[in-house]
Design a protein around this ligand. Structure first.
Ligand SMILES: C[S@@+](CC[C@H](N)C(=O)[O-])C[C@H]1O[C@@H](n2cnc3c(N)ncnc32)[C@H](O)[C@@H]1O
Length: 307
């Protein structure tokens, strides 16, 4: 049976962070099953607009069957196409807030045929957008040992990356590597599991990030937000691992902190050095939420406001 349930993480906090204006124009960059989107729509007026992106066709199809709200504009595209889409809608510089709830949804993880889970047998796919690009199995078949090791190290912080890559290539000499459990078993031969953490967690995360170009997508979209947001427009971004959070943190810091002026130079006019954003800080999920929703354990919400 297809699972469609996704419990939104830091629901109130991430929507509050948008500081909603009743008839404002908002973007939900990661629609998923629309939990946050519904929360935003419930708080907005009749003239408001919510433009929602998801690169997963099943998210958009589910939305079309379950949402009927004239204020909602659903876009099946990676969020890195945000600037192009918003430009075409004539809304550049008019967006009052962007919500990003990064990573994969529960339906993506829970439906074994998507290939994201190391706990259920399925094809080794891992593409959020199944209409484009290489599946994890296709990439692992064509990449060499060094390329695989680099991805697992860089995007998974996995110390045994070289050993895992060597095992993958050895396995492929005997038979094609095509399923999630084949990969999980290969990794388990090399990596010891920790309490509450499957040995293949880091490897699956790394390959998923690479296959979906998640970090590149995030960096490009953050850059675009400078132009898209109206004055006082908000960024509300939930990330789930340190590599992702580092990108959001650095972006906000770089674009909100005045750099100290070189000694001996005249003080510039403040207007000349005005930064694009104000850093409004970060928060974690409450103890109560963590108790009820395991996924929220690693969530970090960062908020910034456009100057
Ligand atoms: C954590 S879920 C979002 C859940 C949603 N906030 C809710 O309350 O139901 C992340 C969603 O973002 C989508 N996604 C991730 N990266 C994306 C990208 N670069 N472009 C478009 N959608 C993306 C995934 O397909 C997934 O459906």
């Amino acid at each position: 049976m297809i699972s469609n349930h996704h419990q939104s993480v830091m629901f109130e906090e991430s929507i509050d962070a948008l500081n909603l204006i009743k008839d404002g124009i908002y973007i939900d960059a990661t629609f998923g099953r629309g939990g946050h989107a519904q929360g935003i729509l419930d708080r907005l007026g009749d003239q408001a607009q919510l433009i929602a992106f998801d690169q997963d066709l099943s998210a958009i199809e589910h939305a079309k069957n379950t949402f009927s709200d004239a204020r909602l504009n659903l876009i099946h595209a990676p969020f890195s196409q945000m600037h192009k889409v918003i430009d075409e809608l004539g809304l550049d510089g008019k967006i009052n807030g962007i919500l990003m709830d990064l990573g994969v949804s529960s339906p993506q993880l829970d439906n074994a045929d998507r290939g994201f889970s190391f706990q259920a047998q399925g094809p080794l796919d891992m593409r959020m957008n199944q209409t484009a690009g290489l599946s994890a199995a296709q990439w692992l078949a064509q990449a060499n040992e060094v390329e695989i090791a680099n991805v697992i190290y860089e995007f998974g912080d996995e110390k045994k990356s070289r050993h895992i890559a060597a095992k993958i290539k050895k396995f492929q000499l005997l038979q094609p590597l095509e399923t999630t459990l084949q990969l999980a078993n290969i990794v388990s031969e090399v990596v010891r599991g920790q309490k509450n953490k499957h040995p293949a967690t880091r490897t699956f995360q790394a390959i998923r990030i690479f296959i979906n170009q998640e970090l590149k997508q995030l960096s490009e979209t953050l850059e675009q937000s400078k132009q898209l947001l109206a004055t006082d427009g908000r960024l509300s971004i939930i990330s789930f691992h340190s590599i992702e959070d580092r990108i959001v943190k650095r972006f906000i810091q770089t674009n909100s902190r005045q750099k100290p002026l070189p000694k001996g130079l005249p003080i510039f006019d403040q207007a000349m050095t005005k930064m694009p954003f104000k850093d409004l800080g970060k928060i974690f999920a409450s103890k109560d939420e963590v108790k009820h929703n395991k996924r929220s354990r690693s969530a970090i919400l960062r908020v910034a406001s456009k100057n």
